[in-house]
Design a binder for this molecule. Structure first.
Ligand code: WTA
Length: 653
């Protein structure tokens, strides 16, 4: 096979460019910063920021307060990094302590809306007090610096409170997404040897009550290191109780002092462990620490979403994922922002729930996922017209490649063609945005555009050569402040997974193309790459082409072993409401993909289904779909949001 063919074929090209308006650019945070340093344009900013010591040092000056200054900005001994070594620090100082000494004390930190419609607003001062009380309660259980605390809470303000209470005393939190099963929880509690678990009785989801404490109980009985369970009362429904081990949050915090000294840590001490799935084996415990993470998350948020003092920020992810850790908890608090926390399901009780919340709370910046956008597209744009969305000024997307069709819909029906869409590429491992537009960047729908200043990314072919306009491996050539600090108790796996392919270079595991203007087009995980007749094709490209057809709501594409072609393409397609499957439509879709990408990418089979299996963070589980479609063992489906969709694959029409 010749070399050109070995490169991942890039067949889909998007030509539209959206250039930001000069008056918009003029008022942005990043432009003000550029003016301060006499930097005239975006290219010069990217060039100057290659001096990492200067760039991240200036960022730190602007955003964080050390207890003791650092000796140097960066200590890079691949694959190990120390940011701001020598500094004494605690992220809670910047997230809370510094604000309560200023007028920010009375500013709203969180607007909470429960699924039943209950609303509660929390000021920075109130948050500070509650964090201190819980931190003192944790201390009373003997929790100290370095101890691990498992947190299993839904989207309630008590979740950030619990995280901050841990960080305040130097304990390491490990949040487990509340949609995970008790088995997933116990695996993680056992792995990190948690001493305490913080959970709640029940919470509201799609009009029902989810019995979270019950699941936590099942997990805790299997995790012998857990000695105490703290239970926040959300619904007040009955729960089973183990005397001596279980404690009501409101009871143990009632008598605690409203002040708690913040533990003075090393800037490189651990802040949290967050488990993320690998393709095989047990989940990886990604490690993040205080100092670099604080600088990286807060600068990226301040610049990419251009947050100003009067913005109302809604990152509609779950705090159980890294998106929520970085951009609902730490970065917005460091910036002193007002954020939304919503407990419930996106379209409950009706499709316009989100849109009416945006109107009610005057949300100015919305950050969500392509899956959510496509779901709303499927409900129909008439729902978006039922609310006044004029408060929105910037939109964002994360988690998977956004197909240009969804990008345009989001731009038109939510953004009202006014205000940019920030397609941010990053990972649990990276801690913060790494490839992302700034509000000054000309946008191309479907591209996450360019690396953030101070971040060096490239696309390498299998030989480790940088390639343009050919698919390859997304890599990072220099460390960045929010970079993971390893995998919990698994140094070897850290080296193997991320650092063994190319010397001293971080392998992200995503197939990507860099175009002639230096724009990055993320095509999906490298394990999702197909090889059809010698052409490697990103599944997401074919999916994107299918979804661009007016009758298609969602699509998953997998490769099936094929004698001649290596792999043949099979697509599972969810049609828009009211559209009937037919032979005609099947042909039409094949031709449509042929037109959009090329004949080579036309699926050999198209099956119509009502849903495709997804993880709880909305990622299509192609591995599961593939196993089911080729009649292999599907394996554990307990981490799927919709396990019933696996059967659908078997019965596709
Ligand atoms: C994918 C979520 C395309 C990618 C923050 C990455 C994206 C994985 C984008 C990390 C994007 C994330 N465009 N793909 N804007 N953002 N991804 O750890 O495959 O849950 O490697 O972090 O999501 O997922 P994770």
């Amino acid at each position: 096979m010749d070399e050109a063919k070995q490169d991942i074929s890039v067949l889909l090209t998007e030509k539209r460019v959206f250039t930001p308006k000069p008056e918009f650019v003029e008022q942005t945070n990043v432009k003000k910063w550029m003016d301060k340093f006499g930097i005239k344009d975006y290219d010069e900013l990217l060039e100057k920021s290659k001096n990492l010591d200067w760039f991240w040092g200036e960022a730190a000056k602007e955003l964080v307060e050390w207890y003791k200054p650092y000796d140097k900005v960066l200590d890079w001994n691949p694959p190990w990094v120390k940011w701001f070594p020598g500094a004494q620090y605690n992220i809670v100082h910047d997230a809370l302590d510094k604000h309560v000494k200023t007028a920010k004390k009375d500013k709203i930190a969180y607007i909470f809306e429960g699924e039943p419609g209950d609303i509660k607003k929390w000021t920075y001062g109130e948050l500070y007090t509650e964090v201190n009380k819980l931190a003192n309660a944790l201390k009373s259980f003997g929790i100290k610096k370095g101890d691990r605390v498992g947190i299993y809470l839904p989207m309630l303000v008590e979740l950030p409170i619990a995280m901050l209470a841990c960080a305040k005393i130097g304990a390491v939190h490990s949040v487990v997404f509340s949609g995970f099963s008790s088995t997933a929880l116990s695996d993680r509690l056992i792995d990190c040897e948690a001493k305490v678990v913080i959970t709640c009785d029940h919470f509201y989801r799609r009009g029902k009550k989810v019995a979270l404490k019950k699941q936590a109980d099942e997990a805790v009985t299997k995790a012998p290191t857990v000695k105490n369970v703290i239970v926040y009362k959300r619904t007040g429904d009955d729960v089973a109780w183990t005397e001596g081990r279980d404690h009501w949050w409101h009871e143990i915090t009632k008598e605690q002092s409203a002040e708690c000294e913040t533990e003075v840590l090393d800037a490189n001490d651990l802040l949290y462990i967050l488990y993320t799935s690998g393709t095989t084996g047990k989940p990886k415990g990604i490690l993040h620490s205080h100092g670099g993470y604080a600088v990286g998350t807060s600068l990226t948020l301040k610049w990419v979403f251009d947050l100003k003092d009067d913005d109302i920020w809604w990152c509609a992810a779950d705090i159980g994922w890294v998106t929520g850790h970085s951009y609902i908890v730490y970065a917005p608090l460091i910036l002193g922002t007002t954020s939304i926390i919503y407990e419930g399901a996106p379209a409950f009780p009706e499709a316009e729930r989100w849109w009416s919340m945006i109107e009610k709370h005057k949300v100015s910046v919305l950050y969500t996922s392509p899956t959510a956008i496509r779901a709303h597209m499927r409900f129909g744009e008439e729902h978006t017209k039922k609310a006044n969305l004029s408060s929105l000024r910037i939109l964002g997307s994360v988690g998977e490649p956004i197909n240009p069709e969804a990008w345009m819909w989001y731009h038109k029906h939510i953004g009202k063609e006014n205000g940019p869409i920030m397609d941010t590429w990053w990972q649990t491992e990276t801690g913060h945005f790494c490839i992302s537009p700034l509000p000054i960047t000309p946008l191309k729908p479907g591209s996450a555009t360019k690396p953030f200043p101070g971040i060096t990314a490239a696309v390498y072919n299998e030989q480790g050569e940088a390639v343009t306009n050919a698919g390859g491996n997304l890599v990072m050539l220099t460390p960045w402040p929010g970079m993971l600090r390893g995998l919990y108790k698994d140094e070897q796996r850290y080296k193997d997974v991320y650092w063994s392919r190319f010397k001293d270079t971080y392998l992200a595991g995503d197939v990507t193309r860099k175009d002639e203007n230096g724009y990055f087009w993320i095509q999906g995980r490298s394990d999702d790459v197909l090889n059809v007749a010698g052409h490697r094709i990103g599944n997401s490209e074919v999916e994107s082409a299918l979804v661009s057809h007016p009758n298609v709501a969602e699509a998953a594409v997998i490769g099936k072993p094929h004698e001649l072609k290596g792999e043949s393409l099979a697509a599972f397609v969810v049609l828009n409401q009211g559209v009937e499957p037919s032979e005609e439509l099947r042909k039409e879709l094949r031709n449509h993909v042929g037109e959009e990408i090329g004949k080579i990418a036309r699926p050999d089979e198209i099956g119509f289904v009502n849903d495709v299996p997804k993880t709880r963070s909305g990622k299509i589980m192609r591995r599961v779909i593939r196993a089911k479609a080729i009649g292999k063992e599907v394996g554990d489906t307990s981490t799927l949001a919709n396990p019933e969709a696996v059967e659908e694959i078997g019965n596709a029409k």
